[in-house]
Design a protein around this ligand. Structure first.
Ligand SMILES: [Zn+2]
Length: 206
């Protein structure tokens, strides 16, 4: 097994130990569906050391060309922004002390359009290479919106990266994407025909 595969496998195990990713359960998602897999990203951020460790691992799987060219690490609030802040700081701990400090930017939640970039952060990214990070990639829509904001602000998106990919992305934003861990959940069942209910497995709700 390659070193990268080892890092990825260890990360997937850590996510289960931290109860971020719960496999083989019986969960009520509150939308009429039940399923075996539940994702609880807030568990990542309860203990800052967890995100520090996983951010180190995420940096370890990124190609040198991305690491060398990143000038700004940006992420959407809340999880993505916390991760981006950590990644930006850790990148500098691996660089020559004479190289310019890596910057951080965040995308706010905006009620009308999903995410927004304040004027302050727009100025920060203008003319710079931006790595966009998030804790979880679902459909890829969040990355797509954030990438559009960076481009509209005059920055260049060089890659996207996340701790966990649900392998359900439906949007291609034209740059490489890197996932530390990935797992595709099996399909969910409508509550009424849920085989787990039928076999009497106790259901968990969050
Ligand atoms: Zn059920």
């Amino acid at each position: 097994m390659s070193r990268l595969d080892e890092i990825r496998e260890k990360a997937l195990k850590s996510l289960q130990e931290y109860a971020v990713l719960m496999l083989n359960g019986h969960f009520d998602f509150g939308n009429g569906y039940h399923g075996r897999v539940y994702l609880h990203p807030h568990q990542l951020f309860r203990y800052p050391s967890r995100i520090w460790r996983l951010a180190q691992d995420l940096i370890d799987i990124l190609p040198a060309s991305i690491l060398d060219n990143t000038e700004v690490v940006a992420g959407p609030v809340t999880g993505g922004a916390l991760l981006a802040h950590t990644v930006a700081g850790l990148l500098d701990s691996r660089r020559e002390i004479t190289s310019p400090d890596t910057m951080f930017a965040l995308f706010n939640v905006d009620a009308s359009c999903g995410h927004a970039l304040s004027r302050f952060y727009q100025e920060q990214i203008r003319g710079r290479n931006v790595l966009i990070v998030d804790d979880v990639r679902n459909t890829g829509q969040t990355f797509a919106r954030c990438a559009a904001l960076v481009r509209a602000g005059g920055g260049t998106v060089i890659a996207t990266a996340e701790i966990y990919d649900r392998v359900e992305a439906m949007v291609d934003i034209g740059v490489p994407n890197f996932a530390l861990a990935e797992y595709k959940a099996p399909e969910n069942y409508p509550e009424k025909t849920c085989p787990l209910c039928q076999s009497g497995v106790p259901v968990m709700t969050f």
